[in-house]
Write a protein that binds this ligand. Structure first.
Ligand SMILES: [Fe+2]
Ligand SMILES: [Fe+2]
Length: 231
């Protein structure tokens, strides 16, 4: 496990403490994203609720996680594109390289979420090909280019949109833990990919607690990027 992943694993584990988590979340709990991001974010959450329902379920999480990886790939590719015009500006090059580094790490983290959730839904036979595989895959194509274009014209808007997506994911995982907690504690987790990633949990409760914390880290990081963005 590289140093950065190790640090973010430690942060994710520390956020299991409700007091620490509340302190970590508080500065951005009332963050107001740009209007364009609010419009796109509402459309995103509304469409998701329409297709997958209000209630958090394994299959809904799998669909969410397929889509959740996309902005980080877009950021990385867009940062790479912009970097071609800023080779001679070291300050901008450092700023863009830092975004690329975080987005690569977040992609790996979201990939772990989607692989583990795919194993669970496959085992439980609780997904439909059209709703949980085809739609997220098809939607991802448009989402990728929307975020890419947004990033080129307003990095802040791209980060703010991700803040809204991650806030929604964070709330959905918390709701799932609140409602299904007892059952999740009784359900063991076996995943080679999780062990390969370097994460070890005893049951689904511990798995979903850490995934919830990951989404909170992504949410806060999106705001920090937005606040330090030059445009
Ligand atoms: Fe995720
Ligand atoms: Fe996330």
């Amino acid at each position: 496990m590289n140093e950065e992943i190790k640090n973010s694993e430690e942060l994710a584990k520390s956020l299991n403490d409700p007091i620490l988590r509340a302190e970590y979340a508080a500065p951005f709990d009332h963050y107001r994203p740009l209007l364009i991001s609010q419009l796109l974010g509402s459309l995103l959450v509304y469409s998701g609720t329409l297709i997958y329902g209000q209630k958090p379920t394994y299959a809904k999480f799998k669909a969410i996680e397929v889509i959740a990886r996309i902005p980080y790939q877009s950021w990385e590719v867009a940062a790479y594109t912009i970097l071609t015009t800023f080779y001679s500006n070291e300050h901008r090059a450092i700023e863009l390289t830092k975004i690329s580094a975080f987005s690569r790490m977040a992609q790996d983290n979201e990939t772990m979420h989607v692989v583990v959730l795919s194993q669970i839904v496959q085992r439980l036979h609780c997904q439909s090909f059209f709703r949980h595989t085809f739609i997220p895959f098809f939607f991802s194509f448009f989402y990728f280019w929307t975020v890419y274009i947004l990033f080129l014209f307003s990095k802040r808007a791209a980060f703010d949109l991700n803040f809204l997506f991650e806030s929604h994911a964070y709330e959905q995982y918390q709701k799932f833990l609140d409602v299904e907690g007892e059952r999740l504690r009784q359900t063991p987790v076996t995943s080679d990919f999780l062990a390969f990633y370097g994460r070890h949990v005893r049951n689904e409760y511990e798995l979903f607690e850490l995934i919830r914390n990951d989404e909170l880290i992504h949410r806060n990081h999106s705001v920090r990027e937005s606040q330090s963005a030059s445009y």
